[in-house]
Design a binder for this molecule. Structure first.
Ligand code: ACO
Length: 331
């Protein structure tokens, strides 16, 4: 008999190199003061040229497996949520599967930008419900590869990283007790990378025009983010029959501290229950939520029975939320 689906172990990985606001001041016309007050970001990690998504994803996966006490060959499925795969194919999940020696696992990538980890959790949850016993969900992005470091409106925002979670069945009432994912493709043009796909393959012209870099309508994305964080959180809380006041930890996608505060104010969540680490990592896209969750776990802040609300949003436009009751017996 299958019960609920829980997070059995978590892991994270970031590259070694730190890019500070002071470093950016030397690269573009910006200031630590502007970046700090408009975004809350002080530094971010940037991968050296030889590091790809599978390298960071693999490190995070190893940690998550160790934390869960699960061997790689016990995995039934690996989902890598990424929009910066090592290459168009094979899937980054397959490259990680090989490095982990997870011979029995199916593996595929999932592209939902910054909502990728929540999308991965939702797909992983339904796969466990369908009978897959151990599912590894990785959120990884080397998003610096898509950033124009002469464009001050985007280059200050992002950082590289990976986070991972092992999912499996847990006793009823624990694990992911309510969730949703959603999309509004009419907003695709608000946050996109025009070139590098079948619409506009790489050519000299696309490189000259900088079409391989992130283009973003910042203030539109800001408004969308605050709205969907609130709406999606409320829908998931309602599904679970609980209230925001019962949530122990609110772990939103880490894009901008002002987005997080505006949404938290509307949801009436006190600052002590909001997890924020965007100051140290910047926006790590699909990795941001699992990195935050891993930090909370490592700090011993997640207690059995705690309600943890995860909310993501990103390009697509996409969003998703998952309400997790921490702990519970692993089945
Ligand atoms: N340093 C100094 N000045 C800057 C910088 C910078 N790094 N960037 C922009 N400015 C300037 C602008 O040129 C503008 O100048 P102007 O008034 O002379 O034209 C001024 O600052 C204000 O710019 P705004 O865009 O209005 O600033 P805003 O307060 O909206 O902040 C920001 C911009 C931080 C991008 C904000 O809109 C934001 O965070 N949006 C959401 C972005 C986001 O979360 N994206 C990721 C989504 S997830 C995913 O899937 C990837």
């Amino acid at each position: 008999m299958i019960s609920d689906v829980g997070i059995l172990g978590l892991g994270k990985a970031v590259p070694n190199r730190i890019l500070t606001n002071a470093d950016l001041e030397a690269m573009v016309d910006t200031s630590d003061e502007w970046i700090t007050t408009r975004t809350g970001i002080k530094q971010r990690y940037i991968a050296d040229p030889e590091i790809a998504a599978s390298d960071l994803g693999y490190e995070a996966a190893l940690q998550a497996l160790a934390a869960a006490g699960v061997k790689a060959d016990e995995l039934d499925l690996i989902i890598a949520a990424t929009t910066t795969p090592d290459m168009p194919f094979p899937a980054t999940a397959c490259i990680i599967q090989d490095r982990l020696k997870a011979k029995g696992a199916a593996a595929f990538d999932l592209a939902a930008a910054c909502s990728g980890f929540i999308y991965g959790l939702e797909v992983g949850r339904t796969m466990v419900k369908a009978g897959y016993q151990r599912v590894l969900v990785i959120g990884v992005d080397v998003i610096s590869r898509l950033i124009d470091y002469s464009d001050r409106s985007t280059c200050v925002l992002f950082g590289d990283g990976a986070g991972a979670a092992v999912l499996g069945p847990v006793e009823t009432g624990y694990g992911i007790i309510a969730s949703e994912i959603g999309a509004d493709g009419s907003g695709a043009g608000l946050l996109h990378v025009p070139a590098g796909g079948s619409r506009m393959p790489a050519q000299l012209e696309t490189i000259e025009n900088k079409s391989h870099y992130v283009k973003m309508s910042g203030s539109e994305v800001f408004k969308f983010a605050v709205r969907v964080i609130c709406d999606s959180s409320n829908r998931v809380l309602e599904k679970a029959g609980t209230a925001c006041s019962e949530v122990s930890w609110f772990v939103p996608h880490q894009a901008n501290v002002r987005i997080i505060k505006a949404a938290a104010d509307r949801l009436n969540i006190d600052r002590e229950r909001i997890y924020v680490n965007v100051d140290r990592y910047g926006n790590t896209s699909a990795a941001s939520i699992p990195i935050a969750l891993t930090e909370l776990d490592e700090a011993g802040q997640l207690k059995s029975g705690d309600l943890v609300l995860l909310v993501g949003f990103g390009a697509g436009l996409t969003w998703g939320s998952a309400l997790v009751r921490w702990g519970g017996m692993i089945l």
